[in-house]
Design a protein around this ligand. Structure first.
Ligand code: AMP
Length: 317
């Protein structure tokens, strides 16, 4: 087992390019309400992946976005050259969870500066080998991908908002990705299937060689040419806010894959991918324990390694 550590800052082979949203989130869960806290897919993803790899962030925020948070990201080795600060307001998402916390109900989505976002990759971003196309308009995801020279592994995340609103465009994006992470409910919505095996088969035929279906407190399932792998979630006594769990999961997963730098060999067998699913689950377990990324930012590599050990112990038989 590898331990969690980061390559040095000049190791660009293992860097991950991540595009996604940086947001203000207003969230209601049974544990309480918060208004305009920091969030967004790229934020959760890159904080999580920064435990394992260097990051190059592509995104857009408005002038209302706090500079102090950008400093927090930069201190974690997240390169912000690809982050545009535009005139206007930052993306704002309002969501609510019921008692089962398994699926967010979107109350409103204000795209704001995202409506006119036209991502241009600066400098050596085009050389990135590991790429995460986080949850944003699938057309923007493709426009980022088009600028890349020779990525070794491209992962994608999306959600019901785009599956229902821009399905044709999302299907085009799916054709160019190697790995998709998606919620169970969204896997059914995307595939039209009624059981997980049919859904996985249909989705993998759309493009991705590997599919990870996220199942909230029930864990995650990996589907590849080598079969399937099921990982539980770590049982926790405190779960306050599941927002960002999916992106934090993707950050741990991609972070570990970039850290191991197996490139296309990742698909030779599924050993590294299986371990990556566990690292994704480890990182997500910290996010859900508090609102936003409060807890994730406080987490140490040692604590994450401790939870990895808990997973090993919990699943060995
Ligand atoms: P998840 O990891 O799936 O819980 O994603 C959480 C993040 O997704 C929140 O912080 C939101 O700001 C962001 N988000 C919600 N809806 C959208 C959307 N339509 N496009 C981009 N980001 C979104």
């Amino acid at each position: 087992m590898a331990s969690i550590n980061k390559p040095n800052a000049t190791d660009s082979r293992r860097a991950i390019l991540a595009v996604g949203s940086l947001a203000f989130d207003s969230i209601r869960t049974p544990s309480g309400n918060v208004d305009r806290i920091l969030g967004g897919s790229a934020n959760y993803f890159s904080i999580s992946a920064s435990f394992f790899a260097n990051l190059k962030l592509v995104g857009i925020v408005g002038q209302d976005f706090p500079k102090a948070h950008l400093d927090v990201l930069a201190k974690r080795g997240i390169d912000l050259e690809g982050l545009e600060i535009a005139k206007g307001e930052t993306f704002h998402w309002v969501g609510e969870y019921g008692n089962d916390l398994s699926e967010a109900k979107t109350l409103s989505t204000c795209l704001n500066v995202f409506e006119h976002f036209n991502p241009k990759l600066p400098g050596d971003y085009v050389d990135a080998r590991y790429v995460f196309l986080g949850n944003i308009d699938p057309e923007l995801q493709r426009s980022v991908h088009k600028q890349l020279k020779k990525p070794a592994l491209v992962a994608l995340d999306s959600m019901n908002f785009w599956i229902t609103g821009k399905k044709e465009s999302l299907l085009k994006t799916l054709e160019i990705v190697d790995l998709l992470t998606i919620n169970e409910g969204e896997a059914y919505l995307l595939s039209g299937a009624h059981n997980i095996l049919d859904a996985a088969k249909a989705i993998r035929e759309m493009g991705p060689r590997a599919l990870v279906v996220k199942r909230g407190e029930y864990g995650a399932m990996l589907f590849t040419d080598h079969g399937m792998f099921a990982a539980p979630a770590l049982p926790l006594s405190t779960v306050k806010d599941p927002t960002g769990a999916g992106d934090t999961f993707a950050g741990g997963l991609m972070g570990y894959l970039a850290h191991e730098d197996a490139g296309e060999d990742i698909f030779k067998d599924d050993t590294i991918l299986r371990r990556a699913v566990i690292y994704g689950s480890v990182m997500a377990s910290f996010t859900v324990e508090d609102f936003g990324f409060t807890n994730l930012l406080k987490t140490t590599a040692k604590q994450a390694e401790g939870r990895y050990q808990q997973f090993l112990k919990m699943t060995k038989f």
